[in-house]
Design a protein around this ligand. Structure first.
Ligand code: PLP
Length: 352
């Protein structure tokens, strides 16, 4: 068979490990689960799954447009924001063009770029922060897309409003700038960018959000992007007609209405974050202050060994090849956080 050469460059995605019965703190899901209102809306609509979903996701787009002060033509819905990454590269990437991303960030930017024959250019980070100045210095005539992840997965670090405005003001409007804000709803930092406001000024900006994280709908697969009408129009040309299923559309609309669940999730995350910082300090471990629902830390031991031990004890986290000893843990319920710390303490003790 005439397999495309590009497949040789693509490495299979390694998902957060599942172990039956284990507590999963590996993929940054909401430990409180979905909004009960979303569950209710989905259950009620099960009778109608013989009907095709709305191809245009119009009702949801109108809701999102209203929420963010945009026109519905400025919104596109995807089967997870992962799918939107493919719309982006499907519309703007080809052989001879390149994308730029941080050295340690979400791997799907590379996958989507490679799949459409693009080249990937990586930017060194400043202590796991995006340095937009370093991004700027990597731009050349082949640059088509810049992927920014804010807050960054896996480090939880962020860049500020001032840094972003300065960057966007300097670069050519021919270059598409993606800001992946999958964890936006968790952010506490006062100087975090108000990126949607910047859509008024920059036609080459696209903001990605998702229902997979604070909204607790990762299993339904639904995310969205916001940008200029022209840009969204281009992305729509690459989209399959029925890309978002009807349960996801209804679940997302119900979840949007349940602001109480979002607030509760955010409060729990704050509490868990404070607890983990305090415990990491006590254990003398290095961690990166986070604006998301996970913490990146160094344990001083082989990261894969710690990952395995933790999994045997009943919690899955993520071992990440940044340092020999680096891991990422999702902030869970307080009970889960305490259990995680007690296991980690035990692992550290038995290694001495
Ligand atoms: C989890 C995550 C997403 C969400 O992807 P979906 O396809 O919407 O589930 C996107 N970007 C980053 C950086 C993430 O961590």
């Amino acid at each position: 068979m005439k397999r495309r050469k590009v497949l040789d460059t693509i490495t299979p995605y390694i998902a957060g490990k599942l172990k039956p019965g284990a507590i999963k703190l590996a993929s940054n899901e909401n430990p409180l689960g979905p909004s009960p209102k979303a569950i209710e809306a989905i259950s009620q609509s099960l009778q109608k799954i013989h009907i095709y979903p709305d191809s245009n996701c119009l009702e949801l787009k109108l809701k999102l447009a209203e929420k963010h002060g945009l026109k519905s033509e400025q919104v596109i819905i995807g089967n997870g924001s992962d799918e939107i990454l493919l719309f982006i590269t499907g519309a703007y990437m080809e052989k001879g063009r390149s994308a730029i991303a941080a050295k340690y960030t979400f791997p799907e930017y590379t996958f989507s770029t490679y799949l459409f024959d693009g080249n990937m250019v990586y930017v060194k980070m400043d202590n796991l922060r995006h340095s937009l100045e370093k991004f700027y210095s990597k731009i050349d005539s082949s640059t088509a897309i810049i992927f920014l992840c804010n807050p960054n997965n896996p480090s939880g670090t962020y860049f500020s409003d001032r840094e972003l405005k300065n960057f966007l003001g300097k670069i050519s409007s021919d270059i598409l700038v993606i800001i992946d804000e999958a964890y936006y709803e968790y952010v506490d930092a006062q100087d975090f960018p108000n990126s949607i406001e910047l859509l008024k000024e920059f036609d080459n900006l696209l903001i990605l959000r998702t229902f997979s994280k604070i909204y607790g709908l990762a299993g339904l697969r639904i995310g969205y992007a916001m940008g200029s009408e022209k840009l969204i129009g281009d992305l729509n040309l690459t989209r399959e007609p029925f890309n978002v299923n009807s349960l996801a559309q209804l679940g997302a609309m119900a979840a949007l209405k349940d602001q109480e669940h979002v607030e509760k999730s955010k409060m729990l995350n704050r509490q868990g974050k404070a607890y983990l910082y305090e415990q990491f300090d006590k254990l003398g471990l290095t961690y990166w202050p986070t604006e998301a629902n996970f913490v990146f830390f160094r344990c001083g031991l082989n990261r894969d060994d710690v990952f395995k031990n933790m999994m045997d004890m009943g919690i899955t986290i993520r071992s990440l090849p940044v340092y020999d000893d680096s891991l990422r843990v999702t902030i869970g319920t307080m009970e889960e956080n305490r259990l995680f710390i007690s296991y980690l303490t035990e692992i550290l003790k038995s290694s001495r």
